[in-house]
Design a binder for this molecule. Structure first.
Ligand code: URA
Length: 242
C-alpha cells in the first residue's frame, strides 16, 4: 500500500493533507526520512515491526478500519440487501475490503446522519452494549408543538412497550404557525424506532430525523449525505475511552 494511503488510514488526515505532511519531511521509516508519498508499505513489513513515525511519534500498526458515513435517507443499515441500496454501497471499497465491515447500530431507512462502520467488533460491541448507556444525540423536526411538559416527560423516562431510560430533550425552535418544532434529543438506548416511538408517546410525529453524535463521536458536518471519511486517530481514541 502507498505511504499516503497508509497514513490516511491511520487517521493522519485526508490523502492530500498526508501528502503535504510527507513532503514536509515529517515522516520517517526505520529512522530514514521518506518524502515520497508513493513509497510502498507492505502488510508483512508492518506485521514484522517496520517502524513508521510522524513528527517524531511512532505510528502504531492499526489492524482495524473505522469510517464515518453521513447516511442519506433511502438506504438500509445493512451489509447487503437483494432489493435496495445499503449503507455499504457508499464506501467505494472492493468486496474483500468490505467483507469484515459492519455498521454500528441501526438507523431507519428514512433517518440520516452519523453512522460508524468498522471491522472492530470489540468496539462495536462496547458501543452497543445496553449496559453502557452510550449517548446518541439526534436532531429532529417534529410535527406539533413540543412543550416543556414533553421535556419533563422525556427526562422522567417514557413508558413505551418498555420503560425507556431518561432522555434529554432540548427545544431549538417552535413554529406556532406551521405547528412544527425543531429539537435535539439525547437517548441512552437504541431500541427499534425509539425516537419516533418516544414522540408518538407524547402525541407527536417525527418528520425528519438525523443522528448527530454517538458517544464522543460527532458527525463531521462537512460530509454531505452519502459522503464518508475515515475516522481520525483522536476520534478512535475518544471512542475507545467511551
Ligand atoms: N430512533 C428512531 O426512531 N429511528 C432511528 O433511525 C434512530 C433512532
Amino acid at each position: 500500500m502507498r505511504l499516503d494511503k497508509y497514513l490516511s488510514g491511520q487517521g493522519f488526515g485526508t490523502r492530500s493533507e498526508v501528502k503535504k505532511l510527507i513532503k514536509s519531511g515529517a515522516v520517517f521509516i526505520n529512522e530514514v526520512s521518506v518524502c515520497d508519498a508513493g513509497f510502498q508499505i507492505r502488510e508483512e513489513d508492518l506485521e514484522n515491526g517496520i517502524s513508521v513515525s510522524v513528527q517524531g511519534k511512532e505510528v502504531g500498526y492499526k489492524a482495524h478500519r473505522y469510517y464515518m458515513l453521513n447516511k442519506p435517507a433511502g438506504c438500509l443499515t445493512a451489509t447487503e440487501d437483494a432489493r435496495g441500496k445499503t449503507v455499504m454501497d457508499f464506501l467505494p471499497l472492493s468486496a474483500p475490503e468490505k467483507r469484515k465491515l459492519c455498521p454500528v447500530g441501526r438507523l431507519d431507512k428514512d433517518t440520516e446522519g452519523l453512522l460508524l462502520i468498522t471491522d472492530d467488533g470489540d468496539l462495536a460491541h462496547r458501543l452497543l452494549s445496553p449496559k453502557r448507556h452510550v449517548d446518541k444525540c439526534y436532531f429532529a423536526v417534529i410535527e406539533g408543538i413540543v412543550t416543556e411538559e414533553d421535556v419533563e416527560k422525556f427526562a422522567e423516562g417514557l413508558e413505551l412497550s418498555f420503560q425507556a431510560l431518561p432522555a434529554r430533550l432540548k427545544i431549538l425552535e417552535v413554529d406556532a404557525e406551521k405547528k412544527e418544532s425543531r429539537i435535539e434529543v439525547t437517548i441512552q438506548e437504541g431500541k427499534y424506532h425509539q425516537v419516533k416511538r418516544m414522540f408518538g408517546a407524547v402525541g407527536k410525529k417525527v418528520v425528519y430525523l438525523k443522528r448527530i453524535s454517538m458517544g464522543n463521536l460527532v458527525l463531521d458536518e462537512t460530509l454531505k449525505p452519502g459522503e464518508y471519511r475515515e475516522l481520525r486517530r483522536e476520534e478512535v481514541e475518544l471512542l475507545e475511552a467511551e
